[in-house]
Design a protein around this ligand. Structure first.
Ligand SMILES: [Mg+2]
Length: 222
């Protein structure tokens, strides 16, 4: 199949899933993947300030204006230049910034409830949990530890683990490869459009976390 056509087909299925198949089913699922920020916890950090600092650093070194680019886009320019050392320096700055702000994290109680009681939602006890996030692995681990759910998770893909970031699907493909499962055995929850785009590009069923949050609220009511 023509690659363009394949993407179109994936997109179509993706919107069909978004509109029709709610609530979703966990039947046949072996791996549940979550984004971190806005999905499991709310990280309290000034991302705009961090982006401004990274943009200023890049512009000073490369004389190229990246003021209007996202953090991932700035990092992608560094990757394109092949400057791994500069990439690691940026990673260090970002990691430090995330960890400095971590104490004011707020867990999202419905997601945490779901993770602690997943069998109540028709999830098999053997299902594995993973995180696919744009935050660093240290932030992921610390956040999950603070929410008391670290031991529920087996695998983590953070900012430093890929060189093409969401909406690229690389992180999801890494998770797929780690667990050696099929596309249809995995389900992904995130809070942003780039999460769902990553899912669609990987061919993995993906939903906004609000769908799961509403599902948890309804279940608790009944
Ligand atoms: Mg998020």
């Amino acid at each position: 199949m023509d690659i363009k056509l394949l993407y179109l087909t994936l997109e179509e299925n993706f919107f069909e899933r978004m509109t029709k198949k709610i609530p979703f089913s966990f039947i046949g699922k072996k791996v549940i993947v979550f984004d971190l920020d806005g999905t499991i916890v709310r990280l309290v950090a000034d991302w705009h300030l961090l982006k401004k600092a990274l943009a200023a650093r890049f512009t000073e070194k490369s004389r190229e204006d990246v003021t209007h680019k996202s953090i991932s886009a700035i990092l992608s320019r560094i990757v394109e230049k092949g400057d791994e050392e500069e990439l690691q320096l940026n990673f260090n700055l970002m990691r430090q910034y995330e960890l400095e702000n971590i104490t004011s994290n707020e867990p999202i109680k419905e997601t945490v409830y779901f993770i602690n009681n997943k069998e109540l939602f028709g999830v098999s006890p053997n299902v594995k949990l993973a995180v696919f996030s744009l935050n660093f692995r240290s932030t992921i681990l610390k956040s999950l530890e603070m929410a008391g759910i670290l031991e529920k998770f087996e695998f983590f893909v953070g900012r430093e683990d890929v060189r093409r970031w969401k909406p690229d699907p690389d992180g999801l493909l890494m998770i797929l490869d780690y667990f050696k499962v099929n596309l249809e055995e995995m389900i992904y929850f995130g809070d942003l459009e780039k999460d769902l785009s990553a899912g669609a590009s990987a061919g993995v069923e993906s939903y906004y976390i609000d769908t799961l949050i509403n599902h948890v609220r309804n279940k608790k009511k009944s």
